[in-house]
Design a protein around this ligand. Structure first.
Ligand SMILES: Nc1nc2c(ncn2[C@@H]2O[C@H](COP(=O)(O)OP(=O)(O)OP(=O)(O)O)[C@@H](O)[C@H]2O)c(=O)[nH]1
Ligand SMILES: [Mg+2]
Length: 697
């Protein structure tokens, strides 16, 4: 393996909305770089970076997958990331491993909700980035329209460096505005091209765009501005240097054009990665925590070893693979390092680069590298590994809480036995999944970021860990609360043989504002109940409220005031008071106008203008409330709040209304009371499921 100096390395993530063509473009890059002998295809299931069976089956990326190639003496470490919103948590984590990003935008659909999501991540990280308008071979694709959408969403800093030659099926290549050269590609996907003079039909446009580009570069550099005013032009060298500086400073975001699937105009993209995006030395300063305080790290080969583990793969055969980005110093295989996050020692195994699933031995790992190692004992995703004795930690990676739960039932007893081992493995590589038993119903619940996420996790259980389960319809996390007040007594008295049991509490219950959960106030004066029993009483209520009186859902947003009671010198105990408190809760909740709450989601739908009416009508039918419609070019962004229970099948509906051009995201917003008729259905369902006993109704 050739040794690369940090100046010769580029670490770049490809990001964008689902299906905008990231994996296909990475396939073209790997073919052009000589990594694969043929151009691989998502639709054939043979790409390097979509290698998991679930990815091959569904033709979407589920995991961020690193790969690499040598391009003109530079080492390009690329990460192909998922665009589908259920899996964007992994994209966000992978972005921590790179220094820059290429944002792909589909030349047909334009800017989509996923484009905005990844853009927001890049803004947060302040990374240099460029745009690639992809799929320009497709019917209805349009470079100018897509460019306009990009500028409408992300501003005028998005500036084209190229003009496409030909449209749709006649898309043949690009004119490089800086060099004033036309690159015309072979139709055979070989990526071979001929350099030609700018076609006469494009000359006017090329000159106009070139001038705009140069003006924008000059705007960011006084010296260039002066020179440009005097001479009326800049040299190729000056343009390139000025452009790179503006890109590194996030003053400009170049826009490029291609068709990844047909390998048209992909090589100039690789050239741009090398020429315009930062090396690990030029990346934005790195946030660290040093000796407990916020600090920043200047990446260097000479400083002590420090790396961030940004992804874990749990392979049924190899075991745990930890993938890390080295930000400082170097490290050899088989040495002991410190896991600074957990303040423990960790022994490294061999080091290797990942080319999709293939492991390529790495020898030493150095600043700028993305490497993996197997079988770490205690390290998980988000941890920092450092040289022994170093005191820096990278901020850890935050993951979203699951937003949707389904019940699963193991098919057989043997499946049930295998579940806990499999759960451990699955959550190790996917920290956003939970597989847990519901304390009340005993049902096994699987929770994730969306229906597809849960379905795919269930498939993984079966295919990799031989655990066969039946997936039940999703569970809505309803809550219960009270609307009125009550004043009740809970008395537990038992006289059996020897020592008896005695606990007696009087409590008042009253509603609290939405989102406050629970409060407990002790207003016992004069020793009606000795102080030492108070914690047991609070605990009794805490435990009892986990299972509400209507449909067995947790009770929230209420206050309990303990104001009186009595005790017995001999028979009282913590347990007796706990039971008394739980009895009081049940009685008190029933008397205080209990009601059900349901989760309400913030929903954002992106759609071309002509489907606006249909979508708003559809959301209306889902008990949705419109919050506003934003306009960005031809796109409309509908903001609405809709009950979660109504959104479960929205995705296929949206796809069919918009022919696949609409997209949406949603996240939890708050709880609201469920309308009365729907409450009755939920309660009846709870009785059927055994969450509550009929007499408890
Ligand atoms: N016509 C055309 N189709 C393309 C192009 N690039 C990708 N596609 C098709 O679009 C679909 C999605 O392509 P992918 O490469 O998997 O897209 P992706 O961005 O990796 O998708 P996710 O990983 O799921 O976010 C596949 O059917 C591809 O064949 C392109 O340049 N032209
Ligand atoms: Mg993909």
């Amino acid at each position: 393996m050739k040794d690369y100096s940090p100046e010769q390395i580029r670490n770049i993530a490809l990001v964008g909305h689902g299906s905008c063509g990231k994996t296909s473009l990475v396939a073209a890059f790997l073919f052009n770089g000589g990594v694969t002998p043929r151009l691989t295809k998502v639709d054939k299931g043979n790409t390097v970076t979509d290698y998991e069976p679930e990815e091959v089956d569904r033709k979407i990326s589920i995991n961020a997958a690193p790969c690499f190639l040598d391009w003109k003496g530079y080492r390009l470490n690329l990460i192909d990331t998922p665009g589908y919103h259920n899996f964007l948590w992994d994209t966000r984590a992978a972005l921590r491993a790179v220094d820059a990003a290429a944002v792909l935008v589909c030349g047909v659909a334009g800017v989509e909700v996923g484009t905005e999501k990844v853009w927001a991540m890049l803004e947060e990280l302040d990374y240099p980035r460029l745009f690639i308008i992809n799929k320009l071979d497709r019917e209805n694709s349009h470079f100018d329209r897509t460019l306009e959408a990009i500028q409408q969403f992300f501003g005028r800093k998005a500036v084209p460096l190229q003009v496409p030659i030909g449209e749709e099926k006649d898309f043949a290549g690009i004119v490089d505005l800086v060099r004033r050269k036309a690159l015309v590609y072979a139709k055979d996907e070989s990526g071979q091209f001929e350099e030609q003079e700018v076609p006469a039909s494009l000359q006017k446009e090329v000159e106009k765009r070139r001038e705009q580009l140069i003006e924008m570069i000059a705007e960011n550099d006084e010296k260039l501005m002066e020179k440009y005013f005097e001479a009326g032009d800049l040299s190729e060298e000056e343009i390139k240097n000025g452009l790179k500086k503006a890109v590194l400073d996030r003053q400009l975001f170049p826009v490029l054009a291609c068709s990844g699937l047909f390998n048209i105009a992909c090589r100039p993209l690789l050239d741009s990665f090398v020429e315009l995006l930062p090396s690990p030395l030029e990346r934005p300063p790195l946030k660290i925590i040093k000796g407990g305080k916020d600090d920043s790290l200047k990446p260097s080969l000479e400083t002590p070893f420090a790396a961030l583990v940004f992804k874990t793969i749990s392979d049924p055969y190899t075991g745990r693979i930890s993938i890390m980005r080295v930000f400082s110093g170097k490290v050899n295989p088989d040495v002991t390092v410190t896991n600074a996050t957990r303040e423990a020692e960790e022994k490294l195994g061999g080091l290797f680069y990942l080319q999709g699933k293939e492991q390529v031995p790495a020898g030493q790992a150095r600043m700028g590298d993305i490497v993996a190692t197997a079988k770490l004992k205690l390290t998980t995703t988000g941890d920092t590994l450092t040289a022994r004795g170093s005191d820096i930690v990278f901020p850890t990676i935050k993951f979203p809480e699951p937003s949707i739960s389904f019940a699963i039932e193991p098919k057989t007893r043997a499946d049930e036995d295998r579940i806990s081992q499999a759960t451990h493995r699955i959550t190790e590589e996917d920290p956003t999944v939970r597989i847990e038993r519901d304390a009340e119903t005993g049902q096994l619940l699987i929770s994730g970021n969306g229906q597809l996420h849960v379905e795919i996790t269930t498939e993984k259980l079966k295919k990799r860990y031989n655990v066969d389960v039946i997936l039940k319809p999703p569970k809505i996390p309803y809550r219960e609360t009270i609307k009125g007040r009550s004043d009740v007594q809970g008395k537990y008295k038992k006289q059996t043989g020897g020592r008896g049991q005695y606990g007696d509490v009087k409590i008042k219950m009253e509603p609290l504002v939405r989102g406050t959960d629970f409060e407990f106030e002790d207003k016992i004066f004069g020793g009606a109940i000795p102080k030492n029993y108070i914690p047991a009483i609070e605990k009794g209520i805490q435990e009892a409220r986990k299972k509400g009186v209507l449909a067995g859902y947790p009770t929230v947003d209420f206050k309990v005031i303990l104001y009186d009671g009595s005790y017995h010198e001999v028979d009282s105990s913590d347990l007796a008071f706990k039971i008394a408190a739980s009895m009081a809760f049940k009685k008190g909740a029933k008397e205080a106008k209990p009601t059900l709450l349901e989760p309400i989601m913030n929903v954002e739908v992106y759609t071309p203008e002509n489907y606006l009416g249909d979508i708003m009508g559809n959301l209306n039918g889902r008990r949705g409330r419109l919050q506003g419609v934003e306009q960005k070019g031809n796109m409309r962004i509908i903001k609405a709040i809709v009950p979660m229970a109504e959104m479960l099948d929205f995705e296929p509906t949206l796809t069919s209304i918009t022919g696949g051009r609409g997209s949406f995201v949603m996240e939890f917003s708050h709880y609201e009371e469920v309308p009365a008729q729907i409450q009755q259905k939920i309660i009846a369902e709870a009785v059927r499921e055994g969450r509550v006993k009929p007499e408890e109704e």
